[in-house]
Ligand binder design. Structure first.
Ligand code: PEP
Length: 257
């Protein structure tokens, strides 16, 4: 029996301004009961411009919801117009930061090397990365989804010490399932998540592999989450579209009911 606490994280993407963010987190906090947090960890990943408002709300009302960012700069400070550093996110008391989301890889040409530098930047400032990996449709159709995803895991973790690697969260998100309504079958998701855990055991040790939480992401909804969460190597979900709907997100958090 795994001792890993499932992590349900909502990736808001580029949605909700800071006022809408406050309303959304308030609604979420009101809807979630204390017992919900015993079974799972709940986190939201709002846009950068919302983080200060979310921090104030979470601190002020002592909410159990964790929060983080959707990206972090590979650099510490300086002439990097438009970027946000790990120290800035740490100052806002972020717990998590998503790194290497497929939309960053696709629209901002993020390579595994850049992702790896960002993972290290996150740890340097005490943030826990949610390292996103997963294959495009043509890769899956060619049957190369496992090797492709494992190469991204290896690239993202390059030269990362075991003490850090054992705390990372890895989100397996097949690109063809993100925002498309096409959910990856639970057995197919389990196949890749088990392979990721095997890769962690090979790179580090079985002990490290057993500690790492591996999420599934891609069109997760209240109707499919229980089956996905029933798989032994899936320890949570990264939820995009459905995390913007309070009722739906709460139902996802309560997948075990
Ligand atoms: C995501 O953005 O990481 C994601 C999984 O999106 P969606 O749930 O909308 O497919």
């Amino acid at each position: 029996m795994s001792t890993r606490t499932p992590l349900m994280a909502g990736n808001w993407k580029m949605n909700l301004n800071h006022l809408e963010a406050i309303a959304h987190v308030q609604k979420l906090a009101f809807a979630l009961a204390d017992k919900d947090y015993e079974a799972v960890e709940v986190a939201v990943l709002p846009p950068f411009t919302d983080l200060r408002s979310v921090q104030t709300l979470v601190d002020g009302d002592k909410l159990k919801i964790k929060y983080g960012a959707q990206d972090v700069s590979a650099h510490d400070s300086g002439a990097y117009t438009g970027e946000i550093s790990g120290s800035m996110l740490a100052k806002l008391k972020c717990t998590y930061v998503a790194i290497g989301h497929s939309e960053r890889r696709q629209y901002h040409a993020e390579t595994d090397d850049i992702v790896n530098t960002k993972v290290k930047a996150a740890y340097k400032h005490g943030l826990t990365p949610i390292l996103c990996v997963g294959e495009e449709l043509d890769v899956r159709e060619a049957g190369d989804h496992v090797s492709h995803t494992l190469a991204q895991v290896e690239g993202g973790l390059k030269d990362l010490p075991a003490e850090q690697a054992e705390t990372i969260v890895i989100a397996y998100e097949p690109v063809w399932a993100i925002g498309t309504g096409k959910v990856c079958g639970a057995d197919d998701a389990q196949e890749v998540c088990a392979a990721i855990r095997g890769k962690l055991a090979e790179l580090y040790s079985q002990d490290v592999a057993d500690k790492v939480r591996i999420q599934y992401g891609g069109s997760v909804k209240s109707g499919n989450v229980a089956e996905i969460m029933g798989k032994p190597d899936i320890d949570g979900a990264l939820i995009g579209g459905a995390s913007l709907d309070t009722d739906e997100f709460v139902k996802i958090v309560r997948f075990h009911e």
